[in-house]
Structure formats: C-alpha cells, structure tokens
Design a protein around this ligand. Structure first.
Ligand SMILES: [Zn+2]
Length: 117
C-alpha cells in the first residue's frame, strides 16, 4: 500500500531532508538510523546510571535518618555537602568526627545542631 507514495521528510538524526516511502520513517538511511539507535542506547545508559545514583543516595538518606551516628558518606548526604566541605568543617573544628579504627563517624545530633545554627 505504501509503495507508491513519496514523502519528503526531515531526518531526525542529521536534519537532512530525504524521500520516504512511509509517513513514519524517521531517518534518511541505515547510517542515521544506526547512529540514532546508538545515541538512544547511550542516553538510556546515562538515564539508568542516574537512576542508580539517585537510588543509592536515597538509600544512604534512609540509612542516615535511622541512625544516631553517620558515616562519611551518609553525613555528606544528610548535610547536602561534598566530602571536601565536610573535611573543611572538621579541620575548622566546626564539626567533630569520631574515629573508630580508620572509620570516621559523626553524631547526627551534632550535625543537626550545626545545621540549625
Ligand atoms: Zn540522516
């Protein structure tokens, strides 16, 4: 049914015009269609990675909200700051870290006090 129609369309990948046989053709040829597919896969992977990051952060947040003492990662999530900022606060004695072996932990009530100052 569609073999007789010829429609000029714009390729969604390269933006060039081409003659299509159907009204739903998106790309001017195999090249663009493959490249667009690869790009889409890449974007999906980025999206997936972002979702994973968000899930991990969420989990850290849930962990943080249930504990009295937080590890470095949870402290950063809890306060919404980076590790660098956290260590700067520690070195300025704005916050005190407790050491358990090589692990550093922070008392949540102290973090809350600091945030409410
Ligand atoms: Zn194209």
């Amino acid at each position: 049914m569609s073999s007789n129609i010829r429609i000029t369309r714009i390729c969604q990948f390269c933006g060039g015009s081409f003659t299509a046989k159907t009204t739903v053709t998106k790309y001017c040829g195999d090249n663009c269609s493959k490249r667009a597919y690869k790009l889409r896969m890449k974007e999906e992977k980025i999206q997936q990675s972002n979702t994973e990051t968000a899930t991990t952060l969420n989990q850290a947040w849930v962990n943080a909200s249930q504990k009295d003492y937080l590890n470095v990662k949870e402290t950063c999530v809890f306060m919404g700051i980076s590790r660098t900022t956290l260590w700067r606060l520690v070195s300025k004695d704005s916050l005190s870290a407790k050491s358990i072996g090589r692990k550093r932990i922070f008392r949540k009530s102290e973090l809350e006090t600091f945030l409410n100052q």
